[in-house]
Design a protein around this ligand. Structure first.
Ligand code: ADP
Ligand code: MG
Length: 251
């Protein structure tokens, strides 16, 4: 029996003008799998991640979530309904938190469930409390983002994404903007999600984290997947010269 891949990226191609940022990227992720994407700056990692929920639409190629094409071509109204539905299943956490500064932690977390899932105040609050407790931020529920450290903001951003009960979580250098002493508290939250079998695609420069948490590592360079495999193989015995050159900088 062949199983439909949980996430499938087929022949992804993306150009900005004459700059080809993704060149025929193919990738499948299984349910519960934790995949790290590593590679030099400018290699197309963020573009690929943002293509998954069609924030950065591909120039060509397909993204499928559980066999359903995310980047469907549809008339505007139909596309909007379709993409809103798909994005509810895909949580995303960025480098720069992207919390709404004028809203409290509670309001940040309850907003999408209220708007998109039409939850009432009480249920949205219950959900927010549950998710904030999960990331150790319940005590700060009535604070504003400006009153939080970077690590705390990022934990709130993760709780906000989780409040939509996504099937897939995308992390784009979630710890890159943090002071070193704050990285671990965010990594701990991601580790816990991994233990709970959340399917995750994680763009990261933290090779130790990738090695200890991820099932598979994808090395991208110049808009292509150069090499992929289990961390124990890619990190210890990379087969490609480009991978070796890149990893040398992290040893
Ligand atoms: P990475 O995340 O691996 O650092 P990106 O996906 O952000 O790489 O970028 C890949 C390439 O695409 C870079 O050369 C970048 O300058 C270019 N790029 C990204 N976004 C845009 C954009 N909106 N317009 C033009 N070029 C872009
Ligand atoms: Mg990037």
């Amino acid at each position: 029996m062949t199983q439909t891949p949980f996430v499938e990226i087929r022949h992804a191609q993306k150009s900005y003008g004459t700059l080809e940022v993704l060149r025929d990227v193919n990738l499948t992720v299984n349910r519960g799998e934790i995949v790290a994407i590593i590679g030099p700056s400018g290699s197309g990692k963020s573009t690929l991640l943002r293509a998954i929920n069609d924030l950065d639409p591909l120039s060509a190629g397909e993204v499928l979530l559980e066999g359903v094409q995310v980047n469907k071509t549809l008339p505007p109204r139909a596309y909007e309904a379709h993409i809103n539905e798909m994005r509810q299943h895909i949580g995303m956490v960025f480098q720069h938190f992207n919390l709404f500064p004028h809203l409290t932690v509670r309001q940040n977390v309850t907003m999408a469930p209220k708007l998109l899932k039409r939850l009432g105040e009480a249920e949205a609050n219950r959900l927010a409390e549950e998710q904030l407790a999960h990331v150790g931020m319940l005590e700060r529920i009535d604070y504003y983002p400006s009153q939080l450290s970077g690590g705390q903001k990022q934990r709130v951003a993760i709780a906000r994404a989780l409040a939509m009960k996504p099937k897939l979580m995308l992390f784009d250098e979630a710890t890159s903007a943090l002071d070193p002493e704050l990285v671990e508290e965010v990594n701990q939250v991601m580790k816990r999600l991994a233990e709970e079998h959340m399917t995750m695609i994680i763009v990261t420069h933290e090779m130790d984290f990738a090695a200890s948490v991820c099932d598979r590592v994808i090395f991208m360079d110049g808009g292509v997947v150069v090499e992929e495999g289990p961390p124990s193989v890619v990190f210890r015995t990379p087969t490609q010269e480009r991978t070796r050159n890149f990893l040398r900088k992290y040893l």
